[in-house]
Design a protein around this ligand. Sequence first.
Ligand code: NAP
Length: 326
Amino acid sequence: MKAIICTKYGSPDVLQLREVEKPTPKDNEIRIRICAATVGPADCAFRKGDPIIVRLFYGLSKPKNPILGFELAGEIEAVGKDVKLYRVGDQVFGLSAKISGAHADYKCLPEDAPLAIKSSSMSYEEAAAVCDGATTALTFLRDMAKIQSDQKVLINGASGSVGVHAIQLAKFYGAEVTGVCSTTNVSLVKSLGADKVIDYTKEDFTKASESYDVIFDAVGKRSFAQCKGSLTQRGVYLSTVPTFSIVLQMLWTSMLGGKKAIFTTAGLMQSKENLIFLKELYEAGKIKAVIDQRYSLEQTAEAHRYVDKGHKKGSVVITMGHNSKS
Ligand SMILES: NC(=O)c1ccc[n+]([C@@H]2O[C@H](COP(=O)([O-])OP(=O)(O)OC[C@H]3O[C@@H](n4cnc5c(N)ncnc54)[C@H](OP(=O)(O)O)[C@@H]3O)[C@@H](O)[C@H]2O)c1
């Protein structure tokens, strides 16, 4: 099969298209013929080996698992003898969170991995794009912030993959939602349901008098210290990006009764239930996928170059040669 191999840490040039052995499913595994995957900042971080913590866990001098890619959608092509939940031909979507490997023609995953049957109304590309960002936004807003209807919620980085889903999910939970993005993305963020949009190139929300119950920094560009003054008395600041200071602030604020700072690794906390929930929201028209660019597997390095720039809107999708519409 074809796969993109990350031979060492570095620029997108380290990514090479190679023929590798097609994986054989173990007794409890399914083999997915991947039709679509995504490239996001996590793939770029794993390719670069930066932040350094990536190397401590995933290989000091080069990635232990050389095939990157976390979100995928595709068709089950083979099942191990003990598999009960799926059959050959099922169309699934989900995450290969712990071991990556989605930038390839095929991937074997245990049947209990965070996967679900894809909705027939979703294309494979939309299904991969819904995994990308939506699962993270759901974990942060529902599970970490315990979002409530009528709360005032601000999403910083509202045009990224996490942000576009955070806006839609916060609206679904009945919050009054403010999205923060640059001028070019104002209309996109409004179209996703934001009640108010702040253009960060013209206005700094941390300097305004408005207070929020939840400030979700989906792109990790503003610190807890900067946002604290814009939180209500028991308000919550969430950040997707791990820094030394957020870890310390999280420990410190968890011991006090007031404003809280929270970071978590949402990618490792996903479940079939979350994917089924997101699929149902998609089918009900409550969330939609936002796809910025599409690349072929062969063009994965180009997709990394685009994502590295940090300006993508929603998701960047890799479409495999054997992709079909449904
Ligand atoms: N903790 C976790 O479990 C977890 C899970 C998933 C992702 N993440 C992390 O979450 C972060 C966001 O992921 P993503 O896929 O949403 O990123 P992304 O799509 O690459 O974010 C890019 C978007 O952010 C906007 N942006 C850039 N600078 C900004 C600023 N200063 N203020 C507001 N918006 C800004 C960009 O538009 P403009 O440049 O036009 O403003 C662009 O639309 C990444 O660092 C990723 O690694 C963490």
